[in-house]
Design a protein around this ligand. Structure first.
Ligand code: SME
Length: 200
C-alpha cells in the first residue's frame, strides 16, 4: 500500500469467483496489518474488506463488523443504563464480561452485548464459531435489525488464546453462509487476533 497504489483499491474485487475474492481479501488484510497493530484501525479496514468482498459476490450481507471485549477497568454497572435493559444491568452488576460495538459496515447496531447472550455473546463465551442459518430458530438471538435472517459469529483470540472480540456478519437471506464463507471468516478472525495489540 505504498507509492501510487491507493488503499481504496483493496476494496475493488475484479472477479466473482468466491475463492479468489476471499484470497484477495486475506492478502489485502495481511498487507494492511503488516504496518499497523492498532486494533481499531485493523478492525475498521477488515470490516470494509468483508463488506466489499460480499458485495462483489452478490451476497445479501446487511451488516459486517466487530464487537470488542470491554476491559474490566472500564466496566461499570451504570453503563447498562444506556441500553435501558434491566437484565443487562443485573448481568453487569454481577460482573459478567461485556462486548462493546466496534468498527463495522452497515446500519446502526446494538452497543452492548453481555457474554452468554445472543449469537455474539454465545460465541464469545464458548470461544468457538457459531453459524445460525435461521435466526428465528436461535433462542436469544438479538435482533439489531429485524430484516436479518442468518448470521455467523467468529471469536477473535489473542496469542494467549483469550477472547478479545467477535467478528459478526448478518445476511438478509436464510442459510446465507456456506462452508467457504465460514472458512474465510475464521481465517480473517485468526489473522486479526494475531495482528493487533489488545492493550485496550
Ligand atoms: N444478532 C447479534 C447482535 C449483533 S447484530 O447482529 C449486529 C446477536 O444475536 O448477538
Amino acid at each position: 500500500m505504498q507509492g501510487n497504489v491507493h488503499h481504496a483499491d483493496a476494496s475493488t474485487f475484479t472477479t466473482t469467483d468466491k475463492s479468489e475474492v476471499y484470497e484477495t481479501a486475506i492478502s489485502s488484510a495481511v498487507a494492511l496489518f503488516e504496518s499497523q497493530r492498532f486494533w481499531a484501525t485493523n478492525l475498521a479496514n477488515a470490516a470494509s474488506l468483508m463488506w466489499h468482498a460480499f458485495d462483489a459476490l452478490g451476497m445479501h450481507v446487511n451488516w459486517a463488523g466487530f464487537y470488542v471485549v470491554q476491559p474490566r477497568r472500564l466496566q461499570k454497572p451504570s453503563d447498562a443504563d444506556t441500553e435501558g435493559d434491566k437484565e443487562v444491568a443485573e448481568d453487569k452488576r454481577v460482573g459478567k464480561r461485556t462486548l462493546m460495538l466496534g468498527p463495522f459496515m452497515g446500519k446502526v447496531a446494538c452497543q452492548i452485548i453481555i457474554f452468554g447472550r445472543g449469537v455474539c455473546g454465545t460465541a464469545a463465551e464458548a470461544g468457538t464459531t457459531v453459524v445460525v442459518p435461521d435466526v428465528e430458530k436461535f433462542p436469544g438471538h438479538i435482533a439489531c435489525d429485524g430484516s436479518t435472517k442468518s448470521e455467523v459469529v467468529v471469536p477473535i483470540l489473542d496469542d494467549a488464546g483469550a477472547v478479545r472480540g467477535v467478528l459478526d456478519v448478518d445476511c438478509l437471506v436464510v442459510d446465507g453462509f456456506d462452508e467457504t464463507d465460514v472458512q474465510f471468516l475464521e481465517s480473517l478472525a485468526g489473522l486479526i487476533g494475531r495482528s493487533c495489540e489488545w492493550d485496550l
